[in-house]
Design a protein around this ligand. Structure first.
Ligand SMILES: Nc1ncnc2c1ncn2[C@@H]1O[C@H](COP(=O)(O)OP(=O)(O)O)[C@@H](O)[C@H]1O
Ligand SMILES: [Mg+2]
Length: 163
């Protein structure tokens, strides 16, 4: 499946947060966003901006002691479900066992460390790979590769994110 791919350079934590805010503008209920990148890459920082952009309640933090946290909308938008799949061994079945109190189809779902575990949730998904390039002199520089998979993302304007 040909994915839509966009590559961005993000120079600081604030810029990463801003990217999250802009990305929120493209998201709607039922969307799945998968974040990949080493510890400290900026996955949670980006999700924080996403939460701000979506206008949800509660601070987005690393869900270290819980697998998933639900942030309800302060308005009439979708809730944000923030999942740390690191300890989610069994994948989808465990996700469904979490008793989240919200329907995933009605939520924006952001999953850290979800590869190989949550793809079955939906045929359409947006992958964000965040990495530091070897040789980057500034240690705040991150490279973000966004890949949209499925019809949902075939026509989405991911290029607008680099604005
Ligand atoms: N460009 C950047 N984008 C995001 N975080 C950055 C950036 N540069 C430095 N940082 C720092 O890296 C850390 C990222 O942490 P976090 O977002 O929790 O990562 P992850 O969830 O991927 O483990 C934070 O301390 C943040 O201040
Ligand atoms: Mg994190």
């Amino acid at each position: 499946m040909p994915g839509v791919t966009v590559e961005l350079t993000v120079d600081s934590p604030d810029e990463m947060r801003e990217l999250g805010r802009r990305l929120a503008g493209l998201l709607r209920a039922g969307d799945l966003v998968m974040l990949t990148g080493e510890l400290g890459a900026g996955k949670t920082t980006l999700t924080r901006g996403l939460g701000e952009g979506l206008g949800v309640r509660g601070a987005v933090t690393s869900p270290t002691f819980v697998i998933a946290r639900v942030h309800p909308s302060l308005g009439d938008g979708p809730p944000l479900v923030h999942v740390d799949a690191y300890r989610l061994g069994g994948g989808l079945d465990e996700m469904e066992d979490l008793d989240l109190d919200v329907s995933l189809a009605d939520s924006v779902i952001v999953v850290e460390w979800g590869e190989g575990k949550v793809e079955e949730l939906t045929e359409d998904r947006l992958h964000l790979l965040i990495h530091r390039a070897v040789g980057d002199t500034a240690d705040e520089v991150r490279h973000v590769t966004l890949t949209g998979v499925g019809d949902r993302w075939a026509t989405a304007d991911l290029g607008a994110l680099s604005a």
